[in-house]
Design a protein around this ligand. Structure first.
Ligand code: PMP
Length: 429
């Protein structure tokens, strides 16, 4: 990813389908002050006018699990139909910290491992490496996961003496594949987690950017036995620069063994929640998430009655329009049956589309595309972690204007046409 950032900086006039960043057209510095004021007013109202307490909450070191956990819980109820105990929530420095804390807590012995659908979000594989937790790859499918392969991988791992602790999934508009899981797949996945005794780590940064009606419930909303650890991010729906994420970890953990025990198992003699464990690790990592940053996001939640779907109506429209423009633009530039043969998936939301091209797309080709054609994209091999170039590239359309999308697709079509006719033409370096 450092390489991708370097390429982007070297060619600032290139159109970038590479960065999966939120749209900047609605960024407003004034929001920061308004949201902060809104949160301070809320603190005053809930502190009975105790100004010292208001100042301390915002300006002093704070509660490790965060100060907006109650608002996050309300947001989850409003937007996702998830009923979460605020005490089971840890507010983190982005979802990325939540990922690391969770994997670190699950890593008890050398036998432990995490399952993940590949191609897999690099933030998960990076965090797993830091936590020294091997990632066991599970095949993808049009339904977001190949459940038969999942069972095979789990059984093989157990036969090898390993303990697959959890399976990491992005059920809504996965990064990079854009795939979403139908409801039946979600329900079956929950059953398999129960049958084979592993947790599900549900990462959901893009779930709100659905077409209004067609939205399956989150795994956590379907979860009846605390199998799901839910990882949230306000980077796409709040303000990315605030770096606020969170984790709902309501599993009961036996303090001695440190294994999450499902609710039905009864509480062991000495137990705490997984959230408490994560807080202990967090206290050694970032101490607590900046209260000022939490206050800004807290203010945004308050300003919108904790309904971020409504608050993001404009953003959702931009992302949906951009998605449609990319899909239509690809169909225009690569008509069915024409040469070169290029295909793509058709997600119904999110930030990403995967394009299948007639040549292996590696970092050298990206550099060539940037230099000669002034268009950037992400080679999908980065999400496999094995360095083997694939015939696939990820197109992210979230931060582009319609004109940039059109221009970028023209350039991309020229690049793909050239590579298909004469591989690596112009690659003089
Ligand atoms: N999970 C996925 C699937 C993502 O795509 C991203 C952001 N690119 C994150 C987590 C990271 O979220 P945050 O910015 O809150 O750390």
């Amino acid at each position: 990813m450092t390489f991708l950032n370097d390429v982007a900086q070297e060619y600032p006039d290139a159109v970038s389908f590479a960065a999966g960043r939120p749209y900047e057209g609605f960024f407003d510095l004034g929001d920061v002050h308004r949201y902060l004021d809104r949160f301070v007013a809320h603190l005053r109202a809930t502190s009975g006018g105790d100004e010292a307490r208001v100042r301390r909450t915002l300006l002093q070191y704070g509660r490790t699990k965060g100060i907006i956990h109650d608002l996050v819980a309300r947001n989850l109820a409003v937007d996702e139909g998830i009923e979460a105990d605020p005490e089971s929530i840890v507010v983190t420095v982005g979802c990325q910290e939540a990922l690391f804390l969770t994997l670190r807590a699950l890593r008890r012995t050398e036998r432990d491992a995490v399952l993940a659908v590949v191609p897999c979000y690099v933030g998960l594989s990076g965090a797993a490496e830091l936590a020294e937790l091997p990632v066991l790859p599970v095949e993808n499918s049009a339904a977001g996961i190949d459940l038969d392969d999942l069972v095979r991988v789990v059984e093989r791992a157990k036969a090898d003496g390993r303990r697959p602790r959890a399976c990491y999934v992005v059920p809504d508009f996965a990064n990079p594949s854009g795939a979403s899981m139908p409801r039946a797949t979600r329900e079956r996945l929950l059953e398999l987690a129960e049958e084979h005794d592993f947790l599900l780590l549900e990462d959901n940064p893009y779930g709100l950017f659905h077409q209004a009606a067609a939205r399956p419930p989150t795994l956590k909303a379907l979860d009846r036995s605390r199998r799901v650890v839910y990882l949230g991010s306000y980077a796409k729906t709040g303000i990315p620069g605030a770096r606020i994420g969170f984790v709902v970890a309501d599993q009961t953990v036996d303090v001695g063994a440190g294994d999450p025990v499902p609710a039905e198992g009864g509480r062991p003699a000495r137990s705490e929640t997984l959230a408490d464990q994560l807080a202990k690790i967090k206290s050694m990592l970032t101490v607590n998430t900046a209260p000022l940053a939490q206050a800004v996001i807290g203010g945004k939640l308050l300003a919108h009655d904790c309904d971020l779907r409504a608050a993001n109506a404009r953003e959702t429209r931009v992302y949906q329009d951009n998605l449609r423009r990319v899909l239509d633009g690809l169909a225009e530039r690569f008509p069915a049956g024409s040469s070169p043969s290029v295909s793509w998936n058709a997600p119904t939301g999110g930030f990403f589309v995967i394009l299948t091209v007639p040549f292996p797309a590696d970092d050298a080709l990206l550099a060539l595309s940037a230099r000669k054609h002034k268009v950037l994209w992400t080679p999908v091999h980065h999400f496999y972690g094995d360095g083997v170039a694939r015939h696939q590239i990820r197109l992210s359309f979230s931060q582009l204007t319609p004109d940039e999308i059109d221009r970028g697709l023209d350039r991309l079509a020229a690049f793909i046409g050239e590579q298909s006719a004469s591989p690596r033409q112009g690659d003089a370096r």
